[in-house]
Design a protein around this ligand. Sequence first.
Ligand code: PEP
Length: 258
Amino acid sequence: MFNNNTDNKPKIIIANWKMNPDSFGETDNLIKIIKKGIKKSDNLKVIICPPAVYLSKIKANSGFDLGIQNIFWEDRGAFTGEISAIIAKNLKIKYTIIGHSERRKYLNETDEMVNLKMQSALKNKLSPILCIGETLEEKKKDVTSGVITNQLKKAFKGISNIKYSISNICIAYEPVWAIGTSKTPSIDEIMSVNLLIKKTISNLYDRETAEKISILYGGSVDSKNAFDFVDKTGMDGLLIGGASLNGSEFARIVNLFE
Ligand code: PEP
């Protein structure tokens, strides 16, 4: 059986700001509110993923670890509008979200593209935050386990050496029907997906790898439900969309884990 006691791993709280805020002034203000609201904690990692154009300006004065919301899979070249893992890395960005369901839905991002982005991120020592999760239709058909297993197998296909960055890889379980809807899975459902992810990673690699990767929950998290989604499920942290755009609410969530 897998160890569901993750107390020795730092908890990870990630803010995914998506295509917000509208200006750097508002971004700066949001960062200041979050910074002011967060009490220090040694065993906690807070990662902010703003729109890419704000990354370098935030970097200079925030003190937070930063993630980019997307990368392209090639290192450089004629790919208008795209940003490579190398560009992000050279901006001292540590993390990249890969395979968010909004990109899968609106930009037709496939499992194959997700796999190429995983390879590029790992090759360039950028830590992936891989998003997986079932749609409402898939949940209704009771095929969640198959969907999760398949997404994981395809995302990690052909990636043999993840050893150097295992402890920085995050897998975020984000049921598509829970994103921005105020609907959430039960504690038991989240717990069983957590174990399924560990089992699948263990089968693909080994048990040590499965224990070291951080597994997060995302989908309609707020300061009322956040603690239980981690404390009662064995999850290592949270990926937060809507609530991360309210600086004091986001700080309240972070402070639950100090
Ligand atoms: C997300 O988009 O990653 C997310 C979790 O959004 P929300 O918290 O708004 O449901």
